[in-house]
Design a protein around this ligand. Structure first.
Ligand SMILES: *[C@@H]1O[C@H](CO)[C@@H](O)[C@H](O)[C@H]1NC(C)=O
Ligand SMILES: *[C@@H]1O[C@H](CO)[C@@H](O)[C@H](O)[C@H]1NC(C)=O
Ligand SMILES: *[C@@H]1O[C@H](CO)[C@@H](O)[C@H](O)[C@H]1NC(C)=O
Ligand SMILES: *[C@@H]1O[C@H](CO)[C@@H](O)[C@H](O)[C@H]1NC(C)=O
Ligand SMILES: *[C@@H]1O[C@H](CO)[C@@H](O)[C@H](O)[C@H]1NC(C)=O
Ligand SMILES: *[C@@H]1O[C@H](CO)[C@@H](O)[C@H](O)[C@H]1NC(C)=O
Ligand SMILES: *[C@@H]1O[C@H](CO)[C@@H](O)[C@H](O)[C@H]1NC(C)=O
Ligand SMILES: *[C@@H]1O[C@H](CO)[C@@H](O)[C@H](O)[C@H]1NC(C)=O
Length: 450
């Protein structure tokens, strides 16, 4: 349509020029003074120049677009080795989201990995910086995810930033989503010179700005998506979990104007047997609660979220993703080790499908997510599920355990007690969430070429 309009405008202009041209041609032929003749020649030459310039301008605009795309694609394609398809293949494969990125295997690859170093990312968080906090075995940094049916596009920070130009991307959810946001920022920040990037932590909202690109890459803390007593970004580990299952507005007004939204929420529902659903407001003198089982509570929240997404977002503009539950590795019996072992401590290799004997994830909750997403899809919302659960399940080696610092370093006693203190929930960076972001990148790239 847009192309057609440009062509029409061009014809319209040409028509005007032709009329003018006729008039001056007549003058040129009919005019009898030398002075007039000179003026006319000058005007003719000027007109010819003008037409040429206009023509070249249109041409160069097209060439520029093509070049811009080529630069974008070239970046993606550079040094493509055999596990990376050419961009043409990528477009063909990914166009109708035919490729299942989520079924595949981990490949040890210390040539193309890691994508950055924890001590070299200006925006790292210390609870994820395992190498910096003395993890000796660094193999966790060297695994690449290889889908069975296709290849992920080669990650290119500049190309990704190009896709985010003049846009706001917000990760909304819990600390796993923050984990993914930190990974995202570290993946792109090396492509931005020091004075052109900044990070601001403001209550629930963390903002990373890439100034040259006028791009904003944010994280918004709302671990249960709807309002809850865990919404304080610092003081949220309370013994009871209280939610206002029908209230999302207070959070949503901080993210609803985003161009791209990446949601997650799972762990805070998973980690309690029951939730208290608050009827009125927080701070009511006589609060009224109803206790619900966690899966039910999760369903109620996703209902509220779906309704909001459906009725309050601009579906033409907003691109949505949901990241499925991130698996934890606190039960060694799930990969064939004694149940009393030190959780995921000292794990240095991924498990294989065959070794996996169980999972700590809750399939019922996956079902609720899956249903909510397909329902939104069927109503025309541009949303995709990034189903990273299984691929992450293999990575029992990927967690920070005791090689981290949260507020303060772990004490000697804590380090010596991994059964209690090893973090087998979040992920060391660089590591597993980089792959979640590579998949997100694949989706954004295929959107841009659709
Ligand atoms: C591509 O590979 C060549 C040779 O292996 C190397 O010199 C060059 O730096 C690489 N380019 C990028 C962008 O990695
Ligand atoms: C990559 O891993 C292989 C196999 O473990 C090892 O032989 C090689 O030295 C490693 N290369 C680098 C650059 O770490
Ligand atoms: C990352 O490494 C490069 C090259 O070694 C260095 O110039 C840069 O200052 C480092 N950045 C950080 C944040 O450590
Ligand atoms: C900068 O990005 C914001 C979205 O984050 C957008 O609303 C605004 O129009 C952009 N500014 C320019 C000059 O394009
Ligand atoms: C969220 O939005 C509300 C209303 O615009 C605002 O008062 C509040 O400060 C915002 N929170 C953050 C963290 O930006
Ligand atoms: C982890 O491995 C180190 C070195 O092999 C060993 O000294 C330590 O006891 C192990 N820790 C646990 C909790 O198994
Ligand atoms: C998930 O949903 C499918 C079909 O809707 C059903 O067959 C399956 O039993 C459900 N699984 C769980 C764990 O609820
Ligand atoms: C996500 O993937 C897992 C296994 O790969 C599958 O069991 C599950 O049904 C998928 N979830 C959805 C909502 O499609």
């Amino acid at each position: 349509m847009a192309k057609r309009k440009v062509v029409d405008d061009q014809n319209h202009q040409n028509l005007h020029l032709q009329k003018g041209f006729k008039y001056w041609w007549w003058q040129l032929v009919e005019g009898n003074s030398g002075y007039n003749f000179c003026i006319n020649v000058v005007i003719l030459v000027f007109l010819a120049l003008l037409i040429t310039v206009m023509y070249l301008h249109t041409e160069s605009r097209i060439v520029l677009e093509v070049e811009k795309r080529a630069v974008l694609l070239e970046g993606v394609n550079q040094n493509a080795s055999n596990h990376h398809h050419s961009i043409v293949d990528d477009i063909l494969l990914h166009k109708n989201n035919k490729c299942d990125y989520f079924t595949g295997n981990w490949v040890f690859d210390n040539k193309s990995r890691p994508l950055y170093r924890d001590w070299n990312c200006s925006f790292m968080f210390d609870d994820l910086a395992c190498e910096k906090y003395h993890r000796e075995d660094l193999n966790y940094q060297y695994w690449r995810w290889q889908p069975n049916d296709c290849d992920l596009p080669r990650f290119d920070a500049k190309a990704l930033l190009g896709l985010l130009r003049n846009k706001r991307l917000v990760f909304v959810g819990d600390s796993l989503n923050r984990n993914q946001w930190v990974s995202f920022v570290c993946m792109v920040e090396s492509a931005i010179p020091p004075l052109f990037k900044s990070r601001k932590l403001d209550g629930n909202l963390y903002t990373f700005s890439a100034k040259e690109y006028n791009a904003s890459i944010d994280f918004y803390w709302s671990p249960l998506l709807v309002e809850s007593n865990s919404d304080d970004p610092y003081n949220h580990h309370l013994s009871e979990r209280i939610v206002r299952s029908e209230s999302i507005q207070k959070h949503a007004m901080n993210w609803s104007n985003a161009d791209i939204l990446v949601f997650n929420s799972y762990l805070w529902y998973r980690s309690v047997p029951k939730l208290k659903v608050l009827r009125g407001n927080f701070g009511d003198p006589k609060p009224v609660y109803k206790e619900v089982e966690r899966v039910k509570g999760y369903g109620m929240a996703l209902d509220t979220w779906s309704k909001f997404v459906l009725s309050h977002l601009d579906h033409k503009k907003t691109r949505l993703f949901w990241v499925s539950m991130s698996p934890t590795h606190t039960r060694p019996q799930n990969w064939g080790k004694p149940a009393k072992g030190p959780r995921c401590m000292n794990e240095t290799q991924p498990t294989s499908k065959e070794e996996l004997k169980g999972s700590e994830s809750e399939p019922k909750m996956m079902n609720i997510t899956g249903d909510a997403i397909s329902d939104l899809k069927s109503k025309g919302v541009k949303i995709d599920l990034l189903n990273i659960t299984q691929l992450s399940e293999y990575r029992k080696d990927g967690h920070p355990t005791v090689y981290r610092r949260l507020w303060r370093p772990l004490t000697k006693e804590q380090i010596a007690n991994p059964v209690k203190y090893a973090d087998c929930t979040h992920w060391c960076l660089p590591g597993v969430p980089d792959v979640w972001n590579e998949i997100l990148y694949a989706y954004l790239l295929s959107d841009s070429t659709a």
